[in-house]
Design a protein around this ligand. Structure first.
Ligand code: THG
Length: 372
């Protein structure tokens, strides 16, 4: 490999599966949490989209790094980091939680896993949560250890994922409920498997503990997967936009509050616990939310890659947002995009314009997410 355009070095960390991904013909990577994330194999994103909806895929999502928090103040620390109440969380459960800074700006949108009382993993999107968390614990003098464990998530996604995983790990796999996890034996090691993943097609994530087991895990799943028509894949842009799965750094950043990201249902506004950004969040709520992430349908010929955001304009030419992820959806037969949109224009059905290039403006329509 090496044709990805990235100049590889130790800073751009390989994963336990990178050799396998290269054997499978990866044709490009991005970098998330300073680690390689495959972007494309020797197929089109459209072929991958159809395959994911009907079969099963194996994804190297090791870049979903874990921030492990353990110690007598672990729950206290996690709780001050998020407006979502975690006091009733059960061991074996996952929760999608917004992390806020003091201005109620989004630090990250991780999946929280409760391993034991006072023992958690934050399965993070692309920002340096390890440093934020260590800084908080140090400043507050909390009794916790915070580390990045040797854990490398591997996602098995698609409608045939359950049958495949049951053929390897047994029928106990079927008992895992959505956003829950259980432990399974793998070659004498104990591995955490959750029913979750960055697609709407269903599936599992193996939080592999131990770099050295990576190629073996890949091989076992690959061999058992042959009869389920398995392929190597990666988070699929068409499917993710259609399903309304947001990407930190793309759809939203530290400049945005969780209301703007439609995270209202993850905010536990009925809970009276304190957390960083609480005053700011209440002020924002009282003043009213001024923009939100919405879907946009535009044009029926495939748009160029959204390498930089496409400005979204009102009919009068004012900038009212920007498409931060966009791609042609072959099922809907239109381009689909995600854009933060100003309040006056965010109603479904409103007609807007999308600027695809210097000389290309196309009409678009606001759509609720997920797209259907
Ligand atoms: N899996 C794991 N870690 C992750 C991701 C993941 N870390 C980074 C990134 N993805 C975090 N972002 C998301 C976004 C959406 C979801 C999970 C992580 C997700 N949402 C469900 C949905 O929208 O349907 C359900 C959320 C809920 O209702 O609780 O799954 O993918 N390990």
């Amino acid at each position: 490999m090496g044709g990805s355009g990235l100049n590889m070095s130790r800073r751009i960390r390989r994963t336990p599966y990178t050799d396998k991904v290269e054997d499978c013909g990866v044709s490009g990577f991005t970098v998330v949490n300073h680690m390689l994330l495959p972007k494309l194999f020797n197929k089109t994103v459209e072929e991958d989209y159809w395959h994911l909806r009907e079969n099963v895929q194996i994804w190297d999502v090791s870049c979903q790094r874990q921030v492990e928090i353990i110690g007598s103040d672990a729950e206290k620390l996690v709780q001050i980091m998020t407006p979502r109440y975690i006091g009733n969380m059960k061991i074996g459960q996952c929760l999608y939680i917004p992390l806020l800074d003091e201005n109620a700006g989004m630090i990250n949108d991780p999946v929280l896993l409760k391993l034991e009382d006072n023992h958690f993993w934050l399965s993070i999107a692309d920002s340096d949560v390890l440093l934020w968390t260590k800084g908080l614990a140090y400043g507050l003098n909390y009794d916790v250890k915070i580390l990045e464990p040797e854990v490398y998530p591997l996602a098995i996604q698609g409608p045939k994922a359950e049958a495949l995983m049951a053929s390897i790990f047994g029928d106990k796999i079927k008992e895992i409920k959505f956003f829950n996890f259980k432990f399974f034996d793998f070659l004498g090691s104990k591995q955490l498997i959750a029913r979750s993943g960055y697609s709407k097609q269903g599936g599992f994530e193996v939080y592999l503990n131990g770099f050295n087991l990576g190629s073996k895990l890949w091989e076992v799943i690959w061999d058992a997967g042959k009869k389920f028509n398995i392929t190597a894949g990666c988070p699929n842009l068409i499917e993710r936009i259609e399903g309304g799965l947001l990407s930190y750094g793309n759809e939203f950043t530290i400049q945005n509050n969780p209301f703007e990201c439609n995270f209202d249902k993850f905010l536990s506004t009925d809970s009276d616990h304190t957390y960083i950004g609480k005053n700011s969040l209440e002020k924002i709520k009282n003043e009213g939310v001024k923009k939100r992430i919405k879907g946009i349908l535009f044009d029926s010929v495939p748009c160029p890659p959204c390498a930089k955001p496409f400005p979204v304009l009102s009919k009068k030419g004012a900038k009212i947002g920007q498409v931060t992820s966009g791609i042609y959806n072959p099922r809907i037969k239109k381009n689909t995009g995600l854009s933060m949109i100003d309040i006056e224009f965010w109603d479904e059905g409103n007609i807007i314009e999308v600027q695809l290039g210097d000389n290309k403006i196309t009409e678009g329509i606001i759509n609720n997410i997920p797209f259907s």
